[in-house]
Design a protein around this ligand. Structure first.
Ligand code: R5P
Length: 314
């Protein structure tokens, strides 16, 4: 049996079908394997033309994961959202990757659009999980694809050793802002760290941005310590990479409203906030919140699938 026939049998492709032309180059054979939070994998399969693979995933009564990969492809792209249940999803993704390799996959790529444990340590003695994750989790994969990774400078340094593809959703989010009917808009980053996202966003719109100074009190509370410039009667685009407890956005909105701005729109790549938190953000006077599908949420209005598909095919 030739290589093509073997693959036909294994993966159920009909290589004569022009739809599956990409399979003719066996070396490039790639299959998308969604994890239990890997819905985005379906979109990626459609956009890339890579077939959708299957992995049997079960949770045992003991809480452990049961994983079986019936037909490991030559090259696999595991797609999983690591949001909400980060520890479980990280473990699950490692198990899928190692099982694929054990049973024959040559290359295993990971698409984890939202990377948890990516915020900085602040106080001496605090754990620095981003470092642990990078040295232990990232190395399981031949290449990792992430979107708007929080510690961008850190990852840039690391990516000299490990293959990491950090994609930004800011231009995509800015396209939505472009379509809004707004008056004299200005972009605001709620803290100094977020300047990299606000500047990208504002560049796409060709408008100005400024940042506020934020002091984090604890995981749930922040204080905005600076006064905004004159924003009277101007519409505002608050831009941030993530919304979690929501206090950053809420406090920024309060300060901007006090400065008599007009409408406020919030744009964020990873919206991890609970529905209750989203309600509070609307209640302080936000017109609309726009998030992406890196994290499934009620405000995931923008898809990053095209950006990731392009990166996977490049
Ligand atoms: C912080 O550095 C991030 O860019 C976000 O501003 C922050 O993670 C938002 O957190 P929260 O919604 O919990 O205030």
């Amino acid at each position: 049996m030739g290589e093509k026939e073997k693959l036909n049998g294994l993966h159920g492709y009909n290589l004569q079908n022009p739809k599956f032309k990409f399979c003719e180059n066996i070396k490039n054979l790639m299959q998308i394997i969604p994890g239990s939070q890997g819905l985005l994998g379906v979109k990626l399969s459609r956009l890339t033309g890579f077939s959708l693979g299957y992995v049997q995933l079960e949770k045992l009564p003991s809480g452990e994961k049961y994983i079986r990969v019936p037909q490991p492809p030559e090259n696999a792209v595991i797609v999983n959202s690591l949001a909400y249940k980060p520890d479980e999803m990280i473990m699950e993704s490692i198990l899928i990757a190692e099982t694929l390799r054990e049973y024959g996959s040559k290359k295993v790529y990971g698409v984890f659009p939202y990377m948890p444990y990516s915020r900085k340590r602040f106080i001496k003695g605090e754990a620095f999980p981003a470092k642990t994750l990078i040295s232990n989790f990232f190395s399981v994969f031949d290449k990792i694809y992430v979107v708007d990774y929080h510690l961008e400078d850190y990852i840039n340094e690391i990516s000299k050793k490990i293959e990491i593809y950090n994609i930004s959703a800011m231009e995509k989010l800015a396209e939505v802002a472009e379509s809004l009917d707004v008056k004299d808009p200005i972009v605001v980053s709620p803290d100094e760290e977020g300047v990299r996202w606000a500047s990208r966003f504002s560049k796409k719109l060709n408008i100005d941005y400024f940042y506020l100074t934020k002091i984090r009190v604890d995981a749930e509370n922040v204080v905005i310590a600076s006064k905004p410039p004159d924003v009277k009667d101007r519409d505002i685009f608050i831009v941030d990479d993530m919304i979690s407890a929501g206090s950053t956005v809420i406090q920024a909105v309060k300060v901007l409203k006090k400065a008599k701005c007009r409408k406020i729109y919030v744009f964020s790549t990873h919206v991890l906030a609970k529905t209750e938190t989203l309600r509070k953000i609307y209640e302080v006077g936000v017109e609309e919140i726009y998030g992406t599908d890196t994290v499934p949420s009620p405000v995931s209005k923008v898809s990053v699938s095209e950006l990731i598909a392009k990166a996977l095919k490049s």
